[in-house]
Write a protein that binds this ligand. Structure first.
Ligand code: F6P
Length: 362
């Protein structure tokens, strides 16, 4: 056993789940137990368990066989403790006060939180409250700033690409426009990567408001070239040029009553504009479930190990990140409240255009 002043740590997973969470937990907890003899609390259901005091002391058995398992065995929630200042009628405490109380009760020397934007924002605020927090970046959206990659993203790209490949063959047989809606929240990373990997003809991203006429023109050009089918990848956050001029509130209002997701609207618009038959596939939670790709297993294991380094060096208030293929740490407050969108000069947009992909504008 290697000696360290850190005796007890807590770990939780928060926000939407993704493949790679269990492997990241393993990357941290296995050395914590085996090599450093630490006591580790696995906190259940994200920040909710931290508020209610729901945790279990982890053993080697708990983390055995989880490397390849999707989801998170600790459970997760989208609990945002700082958004709710109300006192619990039973304890008389606010969620943040309960968190601090449990942190002290468990005698935590460090708390490691695995999550996306909301999670890291909360982590940053907890660090300001004096807790020793370390963040690990996960999300299929890849929209966390200060890191080139989040774990979960690579697997989601794999899943979406395989779906596009499969839809490609049926699109070809039926001469249809096939619209495939992918997740990604307000960022287009998943759509961009899966669209390029799947050879999509049209890729619509939130960062580039689309113009239906420009897309119809592109589809007609394909028809003239004898290509009667097309693959259209739509990120769930995509919007058209008119919508891009609206405020957040106005956009929400204009979409009120829209029962179907954006992919259906795009399919309808393109069918009207081109006369071509169209079909829609919304990939949804398929992209978040199942086995992590080898890349995500390696990345999340590295992130887990880097979190352990931070703990040993007592380097708190940081998020582990990947920058230029190096594992680094960045201040949590640099990450809090930010979204990493696809920059308009991103090289993949250029390469995509070079191979004939239309990004929804001329
Ligand atoms: O952040 C991951 C993500 O899957 C987004 O791509 C999507 O918009 C959102 O979560 C869905 O959230 P929920 O699980 O709350 O439906």
């Amino acid at each position: 056993m290697v000696g360290t002043s850190v005796k007890t740590i807590g770990i939780l997973t928060s926000g939407g789940d993704c493949p790679g969470l269990n492997s990241a937990i393993r990357g941290l907890v296995r050395p914590a137990l085996d090599k450093y003899g630490m006591k580790v609390y696995g906190i259940k259901n994200g920040y909710r368990g931290l508020i209610t005091g729901n945790a279990m002391q982890l053993t080697q058995d708990d983390i055995s066989g989880i490397l390849t398992r999707g989801g998170t065995f600790l459970g997760t929630s989208r609990e945002k403790p700082f958004k709710n200042p109300e006192r619990d009628p039973k304890t008389g405490k606010t969620p943040v006060e309960s968190i601090i109380q449990n942190y002290e009760k468990w005698k935590l020397d460090a708390l490691v939180v695995l999550g996306g934007n909301g999670t890291q924002t909360t982590a940053s605020l907890l660090a300001k409250e004096g807790l020793n927090v370390i963040g690990l970046p996960k999300t299929i959206d890849n929209d966390l700033v200060c890191t080139d990659m989040t774990f979960g993203f690579h697997t989601a790209v794999d899943v979406a690409t395989e779906a596009i490949d499969r839809i490609h063959t049926t699109a070809h047989s039926h001469n249809r426009i096939m619209v495939i809606e992918v997740m990604g929240h307000k960022a287009g990373w998943l759509g961009l990567y899966a669209g390029i990997a799947g050879g999509a003809d049209i890729v619509l991203l939130p960062e580039i408001p689309y113009n239906t006429d420009a897309i119809a023109k592109h589809l007609k050009k394909r028809q003239e070239m004898g290509k009667d089918f097309s693959i259209v990848v739509v990120a769930e956050g995509a919007l058209n040029e008119e919508e891009a001029l609206l405020s957040k509130k106005e956009l929400k209002k204009s979409r009120q009553g829209m029962t179907n997701s954006i992919g259906y609207r795009v399919a309808h618009e393109l069918e009207n504009a081109t006369g071509l038959e169209s079909r829609v596939t919304v990939l949804g939670y398929l992209q978040r479930g199942g086995t992590p790709s080898p890349y995500d297993r390696v990345l999340s294991t590295q992130f887990g190990a880097a979190a352990m380094n931070c703990i040993l060096e007592r380097d708190f208030g940081k998020m582990v990140a990947l920058q230029n293929n190096e594992i680094v740490t960045v201040p949590l407050e640099d990450v809090a409240g930010q979204i990493k969108k696809v920059p308009l000069d991103h090289k993949l947009l250029k390469y995509g255009k070079d191979v004939g992909t239309c990004f929804g504008i001329e």
